[in-house]
Design a protein around this ligand. Sequence first.
Ligand code: HAM
Length: 416
Amino acid sequence: MAAPKYQAPRGTFDVLPESARVRGRIERTAAEIFSRAGYEPIATPNFEDTALFERGVGHSTDIVRKEMFTFEDKGGRSLTLRPEGTAPICRAYVEHGMQQLAQPVKLSYHGPFFRHERPQAGRYRQFHQLGIEAIGTESPLADAEVIELLAELLAELGVPGVELRLGSLGSLETRQAYLEELKAHLRAHEDELAKEVRERIEINPLRAFDSDDAGTQAVMATAPKLVERLEGDDAEHFAEVRALLDAAGVEYTIDPTLVRGLDYYTRTIFSFVCDRLGAQSEIGGGGRYDGLVEQLGGRPTPAVGWAAGIERIMLALDEEVAADGRDVFIAVAEDDQAKRRLAMVLVGELRKAGLSAELDLAGRALKGQLKQADRIGARRVLILDDEGAQLRDMASGEQRQVDTGKLVDEITGGEA
Ligand code: HAM
């Protein structure tokens, strides 16, 4: 077969009904968990001023340097398809004066995000995240709560092979002092490092921990670790987050080399990885971002949250959700205008009564209609023929004459 003339752009995909059913289950499960914990839904636009991400996500990140879908609108403004959701939510928090509300403001979201990355399994240019943010609290309880909610979501969905990695970046000052120490270490071993790591010693030395180059990994094994440099309030905060997770029975491993691809993180960072995912093993992650709201023009406001990739959850689950089936399929024995009109009226009545019902839209013969009823998993078929109306139970094959004037009662036994 020749390739179709038009195809979905590289790195994007169509959500077909069978995959939409799995997504539906994931989104409903998440919505229930978020709502039980008091995280209220928020939605922000799919594009924002480019400057929001440059400032919020950070100039040194891969996202801002290489991966944004940026375009000019007809008024010459630079806009960007959102690569992530936290900076837009903080923008909305400031714009709508949410700092006046009782704190923290607890929000949840889901939707499409866009990054111009090299496509591969689990990595797309348009993908979907769901996530939560607790804005306006520095309590370690908030860190532990959001982490626990992601653990609960993955457990309730039945995602196998999940492991939680936990780290802390300390405050901005601790991090600055540490980064100088780390750069000095990298400079001292410059010729053992991979070229791209060497080139980024000054702009983003932390990413060296992420490198898969053997020489770089050897250098990083002896590098100073940030978690070992935490002091005072930072160390106390991290200890309390761990104690709370222990108390809640959430298992984790401390990962002193954990880094994240966004600049706004402070203190707690975490990553849920899944062993079913191959190279793109992170299913969800996040952390604290105590400086972001202020950076975007708000009052100093500590906050913490995470996002998880819906496609990665789906890859890890590798499941199918069966279609629901239908309560009734209405078949018309002969192609007769009056019967077709009656079918139209009846299907409407059934649907209004809360039943799922379909009729033949393809002009099939009766045999074809019965086949279609079977295909869509109809539990009953109403056959309109010259004798009147016969209701057939598809499981037992039993058939009886019914009064179309009382169809809903006939089907529900008067309980609808
Ligand atoms: P992130 O780690 O960049 O964090 O993305 C979160 C999740 O989105 C990842 O763990 C992954 O599952 C999914 N993801 C990222 N890029 C792709 C892609 N190209 N294709 C498929 N899935 C992808 C954030 O976005 C932060 N805003 C999270 C956060 C919220 N931090 C604090 N609050």
